[in-house]
Ligand binder design. Structure first.
Ligand SMILES: C[S@@+](CC[C@H](N)C(=O)[O-])C[C@H]1O[C@@H](n2cnc3c(N)ncnc32)[C@H](O)[C@@H]1O
Length: 176
């Protein structure tokens, strides 16, 4: 069974069992299994309970896909659904990633692969200044680190072309 993402493990360490969590993009279910095993109550980002304020949110490799505008919209929705001081653990694409600048250019920081497992899927890559100014709008940034994720992103999601020098931002954020 695939291990959960390191940010999922860190979120589990931080919050109390029974905490209410939003998960963005279930994928293989590796994170969902770990969140349930830890006793969290998990709702999917695509089906949030109206009016509910959650204790935490997890987004691994989800806010990577899309455009800068769609990612900003998703962040707004996440902020609205979290309680004040609720925690968001999230990854974002980095301009340090080898895929930045490759494939079909859709916008200055948005590229879609022209081959492989994610052909045609837009990926947005952020430099630190742009990402901080986006996150600062609704969150306090507790930490923001650039991490090589070749072994974390999952060969299962990139079977045709395994990742090489894939770099993500790991953000730990508090809803203001
Ligand atoms: C590789 S999966 C990651 C799943 C899970 N969060 C994990 O880390 O194991 C990528 C996720 O990005 C989300 N996504 C958002 N926009 C997408 C798009 N345009 N194309 C493909 N996936 C997209 C999907 O919901 C999908 O679950």
């Amino acid at each position: 069974m695939r291990p959960p993402h390191p940010l999922c493990v860190a979120l589990i360490d931080r919050l109390e069992p029974r905490a209410s969590i939003i998960e963005c993009g279930i994928g293989s279910g590796r994170n969902r299994r770990a969140l349930h095993a830890a006793g969290f109550v998990v709702d999917d980002f695509s089906a949030l309970a109206p009016g509910r304020r959650y204790d935490g949110a997890l987004s691994t490799h989800h806010l990577l896909h899309g455009t800068q505008e769609s990612i900003a919209t998703d962040l707004e929705r996440l902020a609205d659904a979290l309680r004040i001081e609720g925690t968001l653990y999230a990854t974002f694409g980095s301009t340090g990633d080898e895929r930045f600048g490759r494939g079909r250019k859709l916008a200055p920081h948005v590229f879609a692969p022209t081959s492989g497992d994610e052909i045609g899927v837009p990926h947005t890559f952020w430099d630190e200044a742009d990402l901080r100014s986006l996150l600062d709008q609704r969150f306090r940034i507790e930490s923001l680190d650039e991490i090589i994720v070749d072994d974390i992103a999952g060969r299962w999601a990139h079977q045709e072309q395994p990742l090489h020098n894939a770099v993500h931002w790991f953000a730990i954020l508090l809803r203001q």
